[in-house]
Design a protein around this ligand. Structure first.
Ligand SMILES: NC(=O)c1ccc[n+]([C@@H]2O[C@H](COP(=O)([O-])OP(=O)(O)OC[C@H]3O[C@@H](n4cnc5c(N)ncnc54)[C@H](O)[C@@H]3O)[C@@H](O)[C@H]2O)c1
Length: 366
């Protein structure tokens, strides 16, 4: 049920990989207005924000001054932007947001931090399909990291179907983001994380403490996306169709098939690009349906996580929850999905598969 119709004024602090996507996504919601973006840089990134019609603010007075000197039409400082906002989404690098929280509290502006910060920064960690209701009206939440979001989405789907006992996953993590791969990352090697469990399993428990989940991780020399392999003990022997039905209950899991010419991360990204997704972003967990195997009460599957995109719809839902603009999580999810085109690709795929089947092709319908 919708609360009173009110446009939520949203600030984005930190216009980087996540911030620029959040800013675009906010601008696409009919119940939100982007009050502006703040950053410390005065280069092409700030110019792009202005060229896209976004009011630009300096994170601190000296940043606003530098923007002014660089000839940018700067609208003020972060403090000014907060005065125009109901909710601020902090997309600054890891640990910077934790320091900004004091400013948000002092200004009485609700705030969202991203997955680089610890759970303790807000005391609440968010994945829309798992715990939207507990974020409604809160002062703050943390949208968990890309990997953790994918884990909670998939395991929650199995849990809702009464199928989940425990899950063990191995994560192949992209080394760095594409735009900054000249600065870091690894080449010609794989780097196993020393600690088992890696932090993503315990992090998933910050959203749902009942999840019995252990993760291991290895850094791999590519930048496109993460790849997860999972081995799950089910509560009982189940059929493959039951498991697929459980995953289909999530609008943010997209079942994909090798047999549709999608055997690797790059092919899935190309599909997103060809379907007209902004920045070729894959908001869904892309899970291989034809690879998935059930053996008695054991389940095995793999999926792709677009680390730059998966947290964007969650962040939009988190804004609505904090602002109390929508108390029904499924209504917010549907609204966000419609604005971002989530579900459209799967529908297009099904339509194409159906028409190909009708015309005698061997492509299978989804
Ligand atoms: N990149 C990913 O794949 C990814 C995925 C999920 C979550 N996250 C999380 O999202 C958050 C942001 O990560 P990112 O990858 O977008 O970082 P990023 O480095 O791409 O962008 C950060 C932006 O913040 C700006 N900035 C730096 N210091 C600032 C300050 N004091 N005030 C205002 N702006 C400042 C930078 O100039 C940059 O534009 C982190 O918590 C990260 O862990 C990142």
């Amino acid at each position: 049920m919708s609360a009173a119709k009110k446009v939520i004024r949203v600030a984005v602090n930190g216009y980087g990989v996540i911030g620029k996507r959040v800013a675009d996504a906010v601008a696409m919601q009919d119940d939100m207005r982007l009050a502006g973006v703040a950053d410390v840089v005065s280069d092409w990134r700030a110019r792009v924000a202005i060229s896209r019609g976004m009011p630009l603010f300096g994170a601190a007075p000296e940043n606003a001054e530098a923007m002014h000197t660089a000839g940018l039409a700067v609208a003020g400082t972060l403090e000014d932007l907060l005065g125009l906002s109901d909710v601020v989404v902090d997309c600054t690098p890891k640990k910077v947001a934790a320091r900004n929280v004091e400013i948000y509290r002092r200004r009485g502006v609700k705030f969202i931090v991203e997955g680089g910060e610890k759970h303790s920064v807000t005391g609440h960690s968010f994945v829309a399909e798992a715990n939207y209701a507990s974020a409604v009206g809160r002062e703050a939440t943390r949208v968990v990291s890309c990997n953790t979001t994918s884990i909670v989405r998939t395991l929650s789907a199995l849990k809702r179907a009464g199928l989940l006992r425990k899950a063990r996953g191995t994560l192949l993590r992209r080394a760095t983001d594409p735009w900054e791969s000249h600065e870091g990352g690894i080449m010609n090697t794989l780097v196993p994380e020393q600690e088992i469990p890696s932090h993503q399993g315990p992090d998933a428990q910050s959203v749902d403490r009942d999840l019995d989940v252990i993760t291991m991780a290895v850094k791999v020399p590519e930048t496109l996306a993460h790849l997860h392999y999972w081995s799950v003990e089910l509560t009982r022997a189940a059929s493959k169709e039951e498991v697929l039905a459980a995953f289909r209950s999530s609008t943010r899991i997209m079942l994909i098939r090798y047999s549709d010419g999608l055997p690797a991360l790059n092919a899935v990204k190309e599909l997103m690009s060809d379907c007209g997704r902004s920045r070729a972003d894959l908001y869904e967990v892309a899970l291989w349906e034809d690879m998935l195997k059930v053996q008695g009460n054991e389940l095995f599957y793999a999926y792709m996580v677009d680390n730059q995109a998966i947290v964007i719809p969650e962040t939009i839902d988190a804004i609505r929850a904090l602002a109390r603009a929508e108390i029904d999580g499924s209504a917010s999810i549907a609204r966000t999905n419609a604005a971002l085109g989530i579900g459209d690709v799967a529908q297009t795929e099904r339509r194409l598969a159906a028409s190909a089947t009708a015309s005698g092709s061997t492509v299978r319908a989804g």
